[in-house]
Write a protein that binds this ligand. Structure first.
Ligand SMILES: Cc1cc2nc3c(=O)[nH]c(=O)nc-3n(C[C@H](O)[C@H](O)[C@H](O)COP(=O)(O)OP(=O)(O)OC[C@H]3O[C@@H](n4cnc5c(N)ncnc54)[C@H](O)[C@@H]3O)c2cc1C
Length: 439
């Protein structure tokens, strides 16, 4: 076994954006006596699912100003882009959308800088298969048989990576491609196909056919918490948001100001709803919220708009009513939204970009193991781990763990808005403060 269970021996499982941001928040407190062991199965930390792409056309969907790891130093990432390690991005302003691969580099580089040469940080490459609470603390068991002990563990294991049957490299330029999903994942795939000079038709399909909205220069509307209808029925909440948008427009502002202005309240709104209300939100409002809240960079939106105008990309609102193999192709029957008419499309390649899951009974061995031994359970809506408001993992019997915490999207059952860096960095800052008070 490696490591000790001395106070302040922290295990972080998962070295994507959440794990790295948490480690950096801890390391930037030099006065604190901690030893961090970061366990990541990928070769490189900082990539995770979101930032593992090296495609130059895959840009961040959040402006540079909001992508700093530290909310109290919002220019940290922009400064790094100007002066950091490697090639510098020219012309950076707050409204810059950097390449996602640059963001992975920023995460890695900042971690290296803060970790320095001391013994406060140790990276272990390997897959964690079990996390066991012991008398003294918690122990991570890895696929290679090694064990790592700590006083507290943070599960930053993120998304269950989607298993796609085909890779973009297998697509022939004249293939007809069907993409299920019309969100940011579809846009990523379309950008990758377009860069390969794809010639065949690309069809994107989702229930509502709603594409992500585009970013514009906007300034979050200040919204007083006293006016937020916490706990109200969905229709009442929606009416309130509509009124805010109408009033904002009358003042010459944009709906984006309202959506961004809701951000400081969205986690509390989510927490104020019953399970039934949350379910209604997920069923009826989520597609609208996601497309307005998670927007694309203007340059990406322009490529998509041009493809729509030229017919290279077609978006259909509807559902797949049936599919069958026919002469080496796939014949898909799509029942169109509204008319109910069935449209037949013959496709060569089909991709699933309907979204990512954080369900603990997916393919991640550490979560499956934790659930099977009763140390964790899925939340009532299947969004992720059942966790308390501070991220503490809730076991099968409802016991709140004093030693195991979730970080990042795995905690979305409790917070909902915890997928993007502006939310993750606040969660990490709060977790570090709470941890230091407890220690
Ligand atoms: C395609 C995409 C683009 C996005 N773009 C943006 C953006 O521009 N701006 C923004 O703010 N947000 C963006 N997001 C949101 C994104 O979720 C967060 O920014 C962040 O990546 C979440 O990181 P994570 O570390 O929690 O999860 P992940 O990215 O899923 O990382 C989890 C890490 O844990 C590791 N791991 C998992 N299980 C184990 C195990 N058992 N043992 C060892 N290691 C393990 C994985 O290998 C992985 O590296 C995007 C998300 C996606 C999917």
């Amino acid at each position: 076994m490696t490591g000790t269970t001395a106070p302040g021996a922290l295990l972080i499982i998962g070295g994507g954006a959440s794990g790295v941001i948490l480690a950096c928040h801890l390391l930037r407190r030099p006065e604190v006596d901690i030893r961090i062991t970061l366990i990541e199965r990928r070769e490189q930390v900082g990539r995770g699912l979101a930032y593992s792409t090296d495609h130059p056309g895959h840009l961040l969907n959040v402006r540079a100003h909001s992508m700093s790891m530290f909310a109290d130093d919002p220019e940290h990432f922009s400064r790094w882009l100007r002066h950091g390690d490697g090639p510098t991005d020219g012309g950076i302003d707050g409204f810059h959308f950097a390449q996602r691969s640059r963001y992975a580099h920023y995460l890695r580089h900042t971690l290296e800088q803060l970790a320095g040469a001391g013994d406060r940080f140790r990276r272990v490459e390997g897959e964690c298969q079990a996390l066991v609470e012991t008398e003294a603390g918690v122990e991570a068991r890895l696929a290679d048989g090694s064990r790592h002990a700590g006083t507290t563990a943070f599960l930053a294991v993120g998304y269950d990576a989607p298993v796609s049957a085909v890779s973009v490299d297998e697509v022939v330029p004249d293939d007809t491609v069907l993409i299920r999903g019309t969100g940011l994942g579809m846009v990523d795939l379309f950008i990758a196909l377009a860069a390969r000079r794809h010639r065949g038709p690309i069809i994107a399909l989702s229930r509502r056919g709603q594409l992500p909205q585009v970013h514009r220069q906007s300034a979050a509307l200040p919204i007083d918490a006293a006016g937020v209808p916490f706990g109200a029925e969905m229709s009442q909440t929606l009416g309130w948001v509509r009124r805010l948008v109408r009033d904002a427009r009358e003042q010459g502002r944009d709906w984006r100001d309202v959506v961004d202005g809701l951000r400081p309240h969205s986690q509390k709104l989510w927490q104020s709803w019953s399970v039934a209300q949350r379910r209604r939100f997920l069923t009826h409002l989520r597609p609208w919220w996601d497309s307005h809240r998670h927007r694309t960079a203007p340059q990406i939106a322009q490529v998509v708009e041009e493809a729509l105008a030229s017919g290279k990309l077609t978006v259909i609102a509807g559902r797949i009513a049936g599919e069958e193999a026919a002469a080496g192709r796939l014949r898909v029957a799509v029942r169109q939204r509204g008319s109910g008419a069935v449209r037949i499309v013959d496709v060569d390649r089909c991709f699933d970009c309907t979204g990512v899951s954080c369900h603990p009974l997916g393919s991640n061995p550490v979560l499956r193991d934790l659930v099977s031994r009763g140390g964790a359970r899925p939340d009532a809506l299947g969004l992720g781990l059942d966790v308390a408001g501070d991220g503490a993992v809730v076991g099968r019997d409802g016991r709140v763990s004093p030693r195991v915490y979730g970080v990042g999207p795995v905690t979305r059952a409790a917070l909902w808005e915890i997928t993007a860096v502006p939310d993750i960095r606040l969660q990490c800052a709060a977790m570090v403060e709470r941890h230091l008070r407890r220690a």
